[in-house]
Design a binder for this molecule. Structure first.
Ligand code: FAD
Length: 384
């Protein structure tokens, strides 16, 4: 059974390790030209489920490097007013969470794999075996094709053309404040992740990341090693297109001076914008020897911070099923993945709407619920 994975991202690379560990024949095809092509991006929060998948699939030395190079993520979670008054603070859950640089994670995942770079997948043909065609005119053969090619997946476009993503109307603007330059940032914003819940139709998320980098075997240092506070403002606001920093500052005028200063003091080069997308729900399809994982099948809004963790769960499950039952294992994988994957899509979409939309009345009500939960421990336990 020759397995081809299209897409060497978080899910595809984790799957390739899992398959190799199980002694299966796997090849990864990635459109990037080299392993250092995408040296940018924010950190990704790896929760205990994602960490368990990595631990199971990766060789021991890669897992050890992941642990060494990841910060432990700010644990605990706060809901605050725009004046930084606590509405509800959730204590750390006692489990280990990681804050991984995307760049570092990619290097850790690439170590030990022979990924074919510069292979931009175009389409496949199926006639018993599968022939993959790449934009450079080359082809490859396999018996199982896994589309792990992210939110714009070409494998999905051909295999499940009715599936796909749509904009949800929410726009996010994010930036980084390098905290080693700023000693005035309130401790409560550094010690845990926080969501600001104003009564107006918008929200802000802040999380602190410590400054670990990754040096590969040749001594090359990847990633910016400075610690930073990442903030993301989101709203259903068509004007959030240009002059991003100034527009956010206009929208949050009147918020806590510390929040205004965080946005004001962030270096303009760190400011970026995302138009949030989410997968359309689809009916369960009939399983074949082509399958999908991660964002390629269930892209979700980033408002729960779980997309990569669900992609890792897919990788772990698919590796197990292919190892146990060969091609027949794809159906069992898809049945399980369909349920938890699209549940995560729906949950993340709800979170995006709650974060960035809602009438002032419903937002005031939400704040009251949070305050009540803070005052009644049994309610807090039941809700969170
Ligand atoms: C702002 C933001 C913050 C986020 N934060 C978190 C977080 O904290 N925690 C979390 O769990 N999730 C987070 N996510 C979601 C997470 O980034 C994604 O869910 C995750 O990267 C999906 O992994 P994947 O392997 O499916 O796809 P990707 O990581 O996107 O990988 C796809 C790979 O396929 C390659 N590719 C694409 N097309 C082709 C082609 N035609 N041929 C060959 N190769 C191709 C790409 O180059 C890439 O390497 C966040 C997302 C955003 C936008």
């Amino acid at each position: 059974m020759r397995i081809a994975v299209v897409g060497g991202g978080i899910g595809g690379l984790c799957l390739a390790h899992g398959l190799r560990k199980a002694g299966l024949d796997v090849a990864v095809y990635e459109r990037d030209l080299s392993r250092t092509d995408r040296l940018q991006g924010y950190r990704v929060h790896i929760n205990p489920d994602g960490a368990a998948a990595l631990r199971e699939c990766l060789p021991a030395e890669n897992w050890a490097r992941f642990e060494q190079s990841s910060g432990t993520s700010a644990n605990g979670f706060g809901f605050l007013t725009e004046q930084l008054k606590p509405l509800l603070v959730l204590d750390p859950d006692g489990e280990k969470h990681y804050s991984a640089s995307r760049i570092t994670l990619r290097q850790v995942l690439l170590d030990g794999l022979d990924v074919r770079f510069g292979k931009r997948f175009e389409r496949y043909e199926r006639d018993g075996a599968i022939t993959l065609r790449f934009e450079d005119g080359t082809t490859a053969e396999c018996d199982v094709l896994v589309g792990a090619d992210g939110i714009g997946s070409r494998v999905r476009e051909q295999y499940l053309p009715h599936a796909g993503t749509e904009e949800v109307g929410v726009v996010a603007v994010a930036g980084k404040l390098f905290v080693d330059d700023h000693d005035w940032v309130p401790r409560s914003l550094l010690d845990r992740a926080n969501t600001i819940v104003p009564t107006s139709r918008c929200g802000m998320f802040l999380v602190n990341h410590d400054g670990l980098g990754y040096t590969d075997a040749d001594g090359v240092l990847f990633d910016n090693v400075r610690p930073y506070l990442m903030w993301a403002y989101a709203a259903n606001d068509p004007e959030l297109r240009e002059g991003l920093q100034e527009t956010v500052l206009r929208r949050i005028a009147g918020w806590s001076p510390d929040l205004v200063r965080i946005v004001e003091s962030s270096h303009p080069d760190t400011i970026s914008q995302w138009r949030i997308r989410s997968s359309r729900p689809i009916e369960r399809w009939e399983s074949t020897n082509v399958t999908l994982l991660g964002d390629a099948i269930h892209a979700m809004t980033p408002m729960r911070g779980i997309g990569a963790n669900v992609a890792l769960r897919d990788a772990q499950l698919l590796a197990r099923k292919l190892a146990e039952s060969g091609i027949d294992g794809i159906s069992a994988y898809e049945t399980e993945m369909y349920d938890y994957g699209f549940a995560a899509v729906a949950d993340s979409l709800r979170a995006a709407r709650q974060f960035a939309e809602g009438s002032p009345f419903s937002r005031t009500l939400f704040r009251t619920v949070l305050r009540t939960a803070a005052a009644v421990p049994a309610l807090k336990r039941a809700m969170f």
